[in-house]
Design a protein around this ligand. Structure first.
Ligand code: DMJ
Length: 934
């Protein structure tokens, strides 16, 4: 195995057949020894400052939990903008994300063990009584098996684990008699019917009351599930078995894991994102460490720690080696195809992968953990939060941020492993950003768009289960916690399970499976722990030295991202393959390359150009593969461009008392009037127009004069409303949707179009709010009469003064910037509707519109000077310079030849028919990825 970092060399390997007890104890020791060392890499943080930050976390938790209990309980979640509970069926459906809600007071259950960690024992006792009194697990609701397991079963078990710990201490919970465990068992039995498949992989959803029995259940017809969904059960199910003695739960979870292991792609040792639960075929063959797969890997390693079963470690190590070989391109982690692991499947990363550095700490591989964490931190510094997805050149791909805890989790584990106070400063930034941008009067609201700072009416239960735990523990000293955290393992939802479970009720025979895996060698047992006692005294600047070269990796990254290219393409002086982003339909050389790749250009009647690939017409199998990759890149580029060509959403920020800028509503822009991204924002008090639809001359001009007028959607054109309120003296306008209940949480935002006439006469800014966001303003008027708002492209500082200064326009405005870049480097491409199996086609605009001919193009450097594809396992340009492509390729060629002697799939030319056989799979995989949502 090629070591991807020095981490594995530093510690002491666990004996190959370590008894489970030693393994569990060793895992705990890893963290214990790590905490005792402090490096001098950053200025140490004083005990007072740490306590202050710890207290701040407690206050923030009280704000989130208190508002949930006061305004939402017994509902599953708090809606922090409208300050009420989210009850499934009573709110417009948000799709899959609602499958976590089972009418079982989700947030309360998910918060149970957080209360104990935060030393709120009295509140914990009250919360447990409420769960026992109020929670019903027998509702006729279809829920996600995965979410119910990690949040509810995990929450009950975490609560039980700490309840018995407290009871034993003799002060609190003296009345407790395993009631939470009984509820957990009841829930466990409710989930079991989901495993009634030939594969043993669970159905993704189950009806809490009716199981998967049709027709009452309204579920049980699904064919696919995600790998993480099927592979993230073992900790909770094994704990349930070991706590209760009912072995069936652990057996079912093991069977599902065994099946996934059997189905791994044998040559790459990777798994895909989704799998058919009946046939075991991979449905999505892309593979990463983020969405859809993440906690499968996490649970293999943690199952080994909790259960001491070697086979889980073997599997984890086998997958980990594959991840480090194919997916890890430090500091990036990029998805690949399971059957073509040298081929990147995406040019963006999702936020869920931020947990991975934490897992690498547990694995003992510190260097890549530090690198990836540093890269993520810089993305956060740029956008205040980690966007749901971001490109390899660190632009926003999906702009939401539902207050995910993964980055805080990794920060905590890295601090434990390195003792570097730098990670305390990172935690401080997270706290500041949460308070500054996500805190609202009634809790903390998810970010709808990290670029505008607008909110979503959503506070997920994992925010309380995980975020506050990791942040509090980061600043806590041992004496700040009423029990020894090292005696527990964190589940993926940060619920605590005691390590002593490894010695209890182990009636399930552990197979000594090693002999079955003849392809594995001793390195599969190479489990080490970052022994900081050895490392850091000798090199206290170790972590800092790893971070140093990366300190500008985000700000100074080359603008077009990093895509791995195959080594054949540039071997022996051959030209690098043509990248989709560099393609110009007017360049004869490019056309020649296209021809070689079997890609032809068809000029359509409407002036567009269609790209079609016939792999069999390619000059060689290598060229056919280049053509395949080129077409895939075009598809991805096309979807990125479509996104970026839309006007970005805008923000309506309520700045008057008691909101003080803390509530930011997502608003749709108008295609007329001043562009808020270029002009100063507009600030003013709001007033309703009369008539409210704004479709005729206003009868209350004195009320709207100098104010921002509210008008209702409907009955006339948006531009007409704008003219009427402008004539009455309004300085801006907000159109509120007339469809009751509509919300930007559930409906796509749109731009308000003009009326087909010249709209240059409209000089005031207009924004659109869906009805739910609009009613937040209308309610505020009812309650406070005077309501002042700010119309802008991006929320401004939230403080009582709300200074009027414009925030420096940062690279956050990446939409505008990137749109220009894209326009200047490649044609717009649309997918065409029909595709034959052997061909894929794309439309591009006529050559006459080729950006190379436009003025825009003159402003940017030619592609050859700025593109920076990075070689396999190489880091993007770390010094902020954009390396010359040819140099990089040369470097890569050397690196590849030295370090990848056994990459067999692409060393040999593939026969055309095997490429054709893969063709459909690739296109399907890409189409699935395009549809993918976290
Ligand atoms: C949590 O519910 C769990 O951590 C899960 O494994 C994936 N991520 C969410 C929070 O982001």
């Amino acid at each position: 195995m090629s070591a991807a970092g020095g981490g594995r060399d530093w510690g002491s390997p666990v004996p190959q057949r370590a008894p489970w007890s030693l393994v569990a104890a060793t895992a705990a020791l890893c963290l214990l020894s790590a905490t005792s060392v402090r490096t001098a890499a950053a200025a140490p943080m004083s005990r007072e400052e740490k306590q202050k930050l710890g207290n701040q976390v407690l206050e923030m938790f009280d704000h989130a939990y208190g508002n949930y209990m006061e305004h939402a309980y017994p509902a599953d979640e708090l809606m922090p903008l409208t300050c009420r509970g989210r009850v499934r069926g009573q709110e417009p459906s948000r799709g899959d994300v609602d499958d976590a809600l089972g009418k079982f007071s989700l947030t309360l259950i998910d918060s149970l063990d957080t209360l104990v960690v935060l030393n709120k024992t009295k509140e914990f006792e009250d919360a447990v009584r409420k769960v026992l009194r109020d929670v019903n697990l027998d509702n006729d609701v279809v829920v996600s098996v995965f979410e119910t397991n990690i949040r509810v079963l995990g929450g009950l078990l975490g609560g039980h684990s700490l309840a018995i710990m407290l009871k034993e201490k003799g002060e609190y919970m003296q009345w407790y008699n395993d009631e939470l465990l009984q509820m957990a068992k009841q829930l466990g039995y409710k989930l079991l019917p989901a495993f009634n498949t030939t594969s043993g992989l669970p159905y993704p959803r189950i009806n809490l009351k009716f199981g998967i029995r049709k027709p009452e259940a309204r579920t049980g017809t699904e064919t696919d599930t995600c790998t993480a969904c099927a592979g993230t059960l073992i900790l909770e199910f094994a704990a349930l078995s070991r706590f209760t003695g009912a072995t069936i739960f652990e057996e079912y979870a093991r069977k599902a894991l065994d099946f996934l292991w059997e189905k791994r792609q044998r040559s790459s040792n990777l798994v895909g994102v989704t799998i058919n639960i009946h046939t075991g075929d991979w449905v999505r063959k892309d593979s990463g460490v983020g969405a859809g797969i993440d906690s499968y890997y996490e649970y293999l390693l943690k199952a080994y720690v909790l259960l001491g079963d070697d086979s889980f470690l073997e599997r984890f190590n086998t997958h980990y080696n594959a991840i480090m070989r194919y997916i890890s391109q430090p500091p990036l982690l990029l998805d690949v195809h399971i059957h073509k692991p040298m081929l990147n499947a995406r040019t963006w990363m999702d936020a869920l992968l931020a947990f991975f550095p934490g897992l690498q700490v547990l694995k003992g591989d510190i260097r890549p953990a530090i690198e990836t964490h540093e890269m993520l931190y810089q993305v956060i510094k740029k956008h205040n939060f980690l966007p749901e997805a971001f490109t390899t050149d660190f632009r926003v791909h999906w702009a939401q941020h539902p207050l995910r805890p993964e980055f805080a989790e990794s920060t905590y584990f890295l601090y434990k492993a390195t003792g570097d106070p730098y990670y305390l400063e990172v935690g401080k930034t997270l706290i500041e950003n949460l308070n500054k941008y996500a805190r609202v009067p009634c809790g903390f609201a998810a970010m709808k768009d990290v670029r505008t700072g607008s909110h979503e009416d959503r506070m997920d239960s994992f925010f309380l289960a995980e975020m506050f735990k990791y942040l509090y523990l980061l600043f806590a000293d041992k004496e700040d916690i009423i029990f020894d955290i090292e005696d527990y393992i964190f589940t993926t939802e940060a619920h605590l399970l005691p390590l002593w479970l490894s010695t209890t009720n182990q009636s399930i025979s552990k197979k000594n499976t090693t002999s079955e895996y003849t392809e594995l060698d001793d390195s599969n047992f190479d489990w080490t722990c970052p022994n900081t006692q050895i490392l850091f005294p000798h090199d206290p600047l170790y972590a800092q030295r790893i971070r140093e070269p990366l300190k500008n990796v985000v700000d100074k990254s080359c603008p077009r991202g990093i895509i791995r290219v195959r080594e054949e393409s540039f071997r022996s002086g051959a030209k690098p393959p043509l990248r989709a982003r560099d393609f110009m339909a007017t360049n004869p050389e490019h056309l020649e390359i296209l021809k070689k790749m079997g890609v032809s250009l068809i000029h359509l009647k409407d002036g567009r150009v269609q790209l079609v690939q016939h792999a069999i017409q390619a000059a060689s199998s290598i060229d056919a593969e280049d053509g395949l990759r080129f077409m895939q890149e075009m598809i991805e580029l096309s979807s990125q461009q479509q996104k970026e060509q839309q006007l970005p959403p805008r923000a309506v920020q309520i700045v008057s008392h008691p909101f003080f800028g803390r509530v930011v509503l997502t608003a749709g822009p108008a295609q007329f009037g001043p562009d808020l991204s270029k002009h100063k924002e507009t600030r003013g008090f709001v007033a309703s127009s009369k008539p409210y639809n704004g479709c005729s001359e206003l009868t209350n001009p004195e009320a709207v004069m100098g104010k921002i007028a509210l008008v209702q959607r409907g009955q006339c054109m948006f531009a007409e409303k704008a003219r009427n309120i402008q004539n009455a003296g309004a300085i801006g306008g907000i159109v509120i949707d007339d469809n009751e209940g509509s919300s930007s949480d559930t409906a796509p935002l749109f731009q308000m179009a003009g009326d087909g006439k010249d709209t240059d006469d409209i000089r005031i800014p207009m924004l659109f709010l869906f009805s739910k966001e609009g009613s937040i303003i209308l309610d505020a008027i009812r309650e406070y009469e005077e309501v002042e708002v700010l119309l802008s492209d991006k929320a401004k500082d939230r403080d009582p003064e709300m200074d009027n200064e414009e925030q420096p326009s940062s690279e956050n405005d990446s939409q505008n910037q990137s749109a220009e870049q894209i326009i200047s480097i490649s044609p717009t491409v649309d997918l065409v509707d029909q595709e034959t199996p052997e061909e894929s086609s794309l439309n591009s605009p006529p050559e006459s519109l080729s950006p190379a001919d436009t003025e825009d193009a003159a402003d940017v450097s030619p592609p050859e000077q700025t593109s920076s594809p990075t070689a396999n396992h190489e880091t993007p340009s770390l010094d902020g310079e954009c390396t010359d492509l040819d140099n990089q390729l040369e470097e890569q060629s050397e690196t590849e030849e030295n370090s990848s002697p056994d990459v067999s799939w692409d060393k040999k030319a593939q026969p055309i028919d095997s490429i054709l056989a893969d063709w459909n799979e690739d296109i399907e995989a890409f189409e699935m990825m395009e549809k993918d949502e976290l």
